[in-house]
Design a protein around this ligand. Structure first.
Ligand code: KE4
Length: 430
């Protein structure tokens, strides 16, 4: 596989940007080797500077649920940008976006647009702290909520990928206000709330964990956390930056029938442009400036071009049957990979949710962070590179989820499984 031009670009990049990238997980640190540099993307495919084509199971880490460069999204961007790129005053598309989010996720009576998932989660815990007057937050080991100081405690995604227990630069006084729980452990959650529940401002969770590989909530677990937060007056925050609009149109809260007090969004609602959002109960959101004292702001929040890209993407995924089809293709992919692994005699397990999946080189089930960590990362890394050489781009970390789009059709899934048959043998050989 030709990699000369990517190599040359990466050499230049490393002298100019930390690790040669603008986001750590892109650097291939945990899987080894060097990242490829993309030139363009279309549908289910990425193309790199050396002329290689990949079936893309990352989709820019979630936004590209309708496939890359969808004509309707591009047309909306082109149409909108001709009237100006940013106004710094309200524009009608912000209202349309707020109407769409509050309609699709009715737990959000009010919403505020921001520019990233990190901004959304930072703001949500500030609202929880401001509204309750309490200071402690609860997060879950392995969950990632962006790079806000309070979240870089036993976090997942790139923090875990790089094996960073917690990040330097986060004052201990602040980190001490973040309590962590093991995901899917009912008793640990009950014990913590019984002990200090009345000091907890908010609990933030990925309702389906997508940043420690992929882990589903056990039956009743989200309901259990809902009851604990209600009983102790803590704000329940669903971080749906990844799951929102993906695992169901209304996200994990619709799929599991649990209503959070606040929800954070990102990725899909920007359609590839920088967008995040947070929203929830009116009594909480009304406390955000300028209607209330809890401050949060952003120069480009609600940017018309970003709103146009997000709204065009939401219009595509609201099509009847969109998520059913996405769920079917996710199962087809994972069933095929598991069959290929069985034929190769490799211990392998997949965790699935509509449009997202986790690959584990171990027998199932995988229901906790410790289960996820017991996967054979050496085999994953060899599998990753064998698949890349065969034109399939998986998450460059054993601790990330993969993503499908509506552009991943039978042909792409069949080609992926064909590549996997060889890649499993290579992974096993060591
Ligand atoms: P951003 O600030 O990266 O837009 O969103 C942070 C975030 C918040 N919450 C959840 C559940 C998330 O998954 C993320 C970001 N996801 C990672 C992928 N694991 C983004 C990829 C990256 O860091 O480059």
């Amino acid at each position: 596989m030709k990699t000369e031009r990517s190599h040359e670009l990466f050499s230049r990049a490393q002298a100019l940007m930390p690790g040669g990238v603008n986001s750590p997980v892109r650097a291939f640190k945990s899987v080894g080797g060097e990242p490829f540099f993309a030139t363009r993307a279309e549908g289910a495919y990425l193309f790199d500077v050396d002329g290689n084509r990949y079936i893309d199971y990352i989709g820019s880490w979630g936004p590209m649920i309708a496939g890359h460069a969808h004509p309707q999204v591009l047309a909306a961007v082109e149409r909108t940008m001709r009237d100006g790129l940013s106004f710094g005053v309200p524009n009608a598309l912000e209202v349309t976006m707020a109407e769409a989010i509050t309609r699709i996720a009715p737990s959000c009576e009010m919403v505020r647009m921001v520019n990233s998932g990190t901004e959304a989660t930072l703001s949500a815990i500030r609202v929880a702290r401001g509204a309750t007057g309490r200071t402690r937050i609860v997060k879950f080991e392995g969950c990632y909520h962006g790079h806000g100081d309070s979240f870089l405690v036993k976090a997942g995604s790139g923090v875990m990928t790089l094996g960073l227990p917690n990040s330097p630069g986060v004052p201990a006084a602040l980190a001490d206000l973040t309590l962590t729980l093991p995901f899917n452990d009912f008793d640990a959650a009950t014990a913590l709330f019984d002990d200090v529940g009345d000091t907890i401002a908010g609990l933030i969770i990925e309702p389906i964990v997508g940043n420690a590989n992929c882990i589903l909530p056990r039956d009743g677990y989200l309901q259990h956390l809902r009851a604990l937060c209600t009983r102790h007056g803590a704000v329940l925050i669903f971080d749906e930056v990844m799951t929102g609009f993906r695992v169901a149109l209304g996200g994990a809260q619709q799929r599991y029938g649990v209503t959070p007090d606040l929800t954070t969004f990102g990725k899909i609602i920007g359609g590839g442009m920088p967008v995040g959002a947070y929203g929830g109960k009116r009594e909480l959101m009304a406390q955000v400036a300028p209607s209330g004292p809890i401050y949060q702001a952003g120069t480009l929040s609600g940017n018309p071009v970003a709103m146009a890209a997000g709204l065009a993407t939401l219009a595509l995924i609201e099509a009847p049957g969109f998520h059913d089809a996405l769920e079917r293709s996710t199962h087809a992919l994972c069933d095929g990979l598991e069959a290929a692994a069985r034929d190769a005699g490799v211990a392998f397990h997949t965790v699935r949710a509509p449009g997202m999946f986790g690959l584990y080189f171990r027998e199932g089930p995988v229901e906790t962070f410790d289960d996820a960590k017991a996967s054979d990362t050496g085999r994953f890394n060899r599998f990753f590179h064998a698949m890349l050489e065969r034109g399939v781009y998986l998450a460059p970390s054993a601790f990330e989820a993969g993503f499908l789009s509506s552009a991943h059709a039978d042909a792409e899934i069949a080609a992926t499984i064909t590549a996997a048959r060889e890649a499993f043998a290579i992974a096993k050989a060591g």
